[in-house]
Design a protein around this ligand. Structure first.
Ligand code: SF4
Length: 299
């Protein structure tokens, strides 16, 4: 029971907390730092795909001289500097760099680079045994393309447990994961593959989910439960933002998704909530969450 009168509530300052675990992972911070270092020298850089799935951060870097290009335009490029983002690229992208004599800023996350090497050596090993490579990931996702490229695109991409039917149970298989996928589903897929394998057929499980992001959903749920109102800041193109927002809303229905401070609505704070949480996805820049918190405090 609250003993605060309506007038007390109206006058109390809004308490806003920014989640200290939200925001860019180490791989994205490193990629942006590499881009900024080159842009500070006044160079024009082509980024192969969005450096991060957040339009406001991309606009900020574009204004400094970063220009996004797709793979088709990249294939035609005859000069300039190209940045490979944290997701990594398949071998043919490196071939284009060499053949067209382009300058490369390779901002592939070191964790992804290691994973690409592991997938490649497992593929070589599996080829000798007549085995298969399976990758739990999103078809068409840049990181998954980079991984599948290590296997000459022979890897079987599993988007969920139901896709294990595409793996031949009579031949060995090595399972990997896209770094940002759900550990729960990965373990279900691993179990399903083991259960389906015919007697004695080898099933090698490589849990390659990045721990920088895998525990963000439970952490954010705990954060969302601690606050009366939660403002989730994310880009509309980011699937990570959508799924983390859903995780928050499932435990706190007063969670609102915005792309920037201009989308804040004063009506969300009319009852002067005692605590407001601001959080975001792995693609949400820290400066943007700070701007949002600042605007809320000004209400
Ligand atoms: S999620 Fe992990 S592996 Fe992926 S870019 Fe970030 S730090 Fe690297």
């Amino acid at each position: 029971m609250s003993f605060l009168t309506e007038s007390h509530k109206k006058n109390r300052p809004l308490h806003v907390e920014i989640d200290d675990k939200s925001g860019f992972c180490f791989g994205v911070i490193r990629a942006i730092a590499k881009a900024e270092e080159e842009l500070d020298r006044g160079s024009l850089i082509y980024s192969l795909g969005d450096i991060v799935h957040n339009d406001l951060e991309v606009d900020r870097l574009n204004s400094m001289g970063l220009k996004g290009i797709d793979h088709q335009a990249f294939g035609q490029l005859q000069e300039g500097t190209v940045l490979f983002r944290a997701h990594g690229e398949p071998p043919e992208s490196y071939r284009i760099i060499r053949n067209n004599k382009l300058k490369l800023i390779d901002a592939t996350c070191p964790v992804v680079l290691q994973l690409q090497k592991k997938v490649k050596s497992a593929w070589v090993e599996m080829k000798e045994k007549g085995g298969q490579i399976a990758i739990y990931g999103k078809k068409g996702h840049a990181e998954v393309r980079g991984l599948a490229g290590q296997t000459n695109y022979e890897a079987i991409i599993l988007e969920g447990e139901e896709d294990v039917k595409f793996v031949d149970p009579e031949h060995p298989v090595a399972l990997f994961s896209q770094t940002t996928k759900s550990p729960v589903i990965f373990h279900k897929i691993a179990e399903a593959l083991k259960n389906r394998a015919k007697n004695g057929v080898e099933v090698k499980i490589h849990d390659t989910i990045c721990r920088q992001v895998s525990n963000r959903a439970p952490h954010l749920q705990e954060f969302a439960q601690r606050h009366q109102v939660v403002i989730f800041v994310g880009g509309t193109k980011s699937s990570n933002a959508r799924s983390l927002y859903q995780a928050c809303v499932s435990v706190n229905p007063k969670t609102f998704f915005i792309i920037g401070p201009e989308e804040l609505q004063t009506s969300w704070f009319e009852r002067r909530p005692a605590s407001i949480g601001v959080c975001g996805a792995t693609s949400t820049p820290q400066w943007l969450m700070e701007k949002v918190a600042e605007k809320i405090r000004s209400f």
